[in-house]
Write a protein that binds this ligand. Structure first.
Ligand code: SAH
Length: 249
């Protein structure tokens, strides 16, 4: 197995593939406050196994196209949506977020939790704007510094891993430069990282290593994840995922 296949295997049997929570998905949705009688067309980009997709499907009137690059995650989402009888509201699509087959001004809402970094925030908000109706909403979560300055160790780590990491004010400026108006901003709580993401992830390490016979590559992947968790625990007061809700002008 390649490193990528192993990473997918480590992450696929989980509620989420990144920090987040049902409560915060709903908080972002409340800021949009869609009229209950309007049938919405929503895209959920980089949906993973669809933690937030299910929450959206339960709480909106309309249809969600849930997109991810990896079919393994979408199979999990399809299984869940059938079990919850939400399959009529969720269509899954294997596609890369930088090559979407969508039409101009097709969507009322574009959602993306913890995934836009794959093509970069600046590029993503620009590309995806075309698919949004005028007056439509973008709701994205993105790695964000939550203080004005921070220790060098964490600054260097994230600058290397994700050079676009920045403060909320700079991210909001990028949205405004692309002609979106900010409707709301908040950042994810530490529970969304620790209880909802890192703890369940750690709980899967042992079985994962066993499944892959303690291979060198499997061990490296676990160690990389552990290092990321340790850094989070050390520096959690300096960064989170910011949730940006913005309307296309
Ligand atoms: N939204 C989910 C998953 C976030 S993890 C959650 O919050 O739990 C990031 C997701 O982006 C993963 O599911 C990964 O498979 C997906 N991804 C990575 N590169 C992608 C690309 N180029 N196009 C579409 N999805 C991609």
């Amino acid at each position: 197995m390649t490193a990528l296949e192993l990473i997918i295997d480590l992450h696929k049997n989980s509620e989420r593939q990144g920090p987040g929570s049902e409560k915060e998905t709903l908080k972002a949705l409340e800021l949009i406050n869609p009229p209950p009688d309007q049938k919405l067309k929503v895209a959920d980009i980089g949906c993973g196994s669809g933690g937030q997709t299910i929450t959206l499907a339960k709480n909106i009137n309309g249809q969600i196209i849930a997109v991810d690059l990896f079919p393994e995650f979408l199979e999990e989402l399809n299984k869940k949506s059938r079990e919850l009888e939400l399959a009529n509201k969720i269509i899954t699509l294997v596609k890369s977020m930088d090559d979407l087959p969508f039409g101009k001004e097709e969507f009322d809402i574009i959602w993306s939790e913890g995934a836009i970094y794959n093509i970069g925030f600046a590029s993503g908000i620009k590309k995806w704007k075309d698919y949004l109706k005028v007056g439509g909403y973008l709701a994205v979560s993105e790695l964000t510094w939550i203080t004005d300055s921070r220790p060098k160790e964490i600054e260097d780590f994230w600058k290397r891993e994700y050079p676009e990491v920045d403060t909320a004010s700079n991210k909001i400026k990028l949205l405004e430069d692309e002609d979106y108006s900010l409707v709301g901003y908040f950042y994810l709580t530490q529970d969304s990282w620790i209880e909802n993401y890192y703890k369940p992830l750690e709980a899967r390490f042992e079985a994962f290593l066993k499944r892959h016979e303690d291979s060198e590559l499997a061990r490296k992947i676990v160690n990389d994840h552990k290092a990321e968790i340790d850094l989070y625990l050390k520096y959690k007061d300096y960064y989170s995922y910011g949730f940006y809700i913005a309307q296309k002008n």
